[in-house]
Design a protein around this ligand. Structure first.
Ligand code: AMP
Length: 116
């Protein structure tokens, strides 16, 4: 991938721009959201630059499952293993602004439902 094509999150993963990384493994990287919506707001991002959840393929099943297993561990590491929220914004109209798939992990305050 050329530098020009790299997503913002790919640049954080590649340590080209700063990020507060809290977890990484061979499949994904997690770092703190720069504009947190809760006391804990972490973005879990696959190393593979899938733009949106709807762009994922059957071949991504293991990767997506891995992320669903890692997210609760990250929440637990933050002290919120019993109460956290996972959010995926898919598409600009759903609030997606960075087109590199990510799970928002939110915790640390009461989380109202439904979300806005
Ligand atoms: P979304 O709107 O679902 O695509 O989420 C993108 C998230 O990335 C937002 O919550 C932003 O606050 C966050 N964000 C944008 N730039 C950065 C950055 N440089 N480091 C960490 N988080 C960022």
């Amino acid at each position: 991938m050329s530098e020009q094509d790299k997503t913002l999150f790919q640049k954080i993963i590649d340590r080209e721009i700063p990020g507060t990384i809290v977890h990484e493994d061979e499949h994904c990287v997690a770092f703190r959201d720069v504009n947190p919506g809760a006391p804990t707001h972490i973005l879990l991002v696959p190393r593979k630059p899938i733009p949106r959840l709807c762009d994922s393929e059957p071949a991504d099943q293991q990767l997506l499952g891995h992320m669903m297993l890692v997210a609760p561990k990250i929440a637990a590491d933050e002290g919120f293993g019993e109460a956290f929220r996972l959010v995926v914004n898919n598409g600009a109209e759903a609030g997606q602004s960075v087109f590199h798939l990510h799970l928002h992990i939110l915790a640390g305050r009461p989380l109202a439902w439904p979300p806005g």
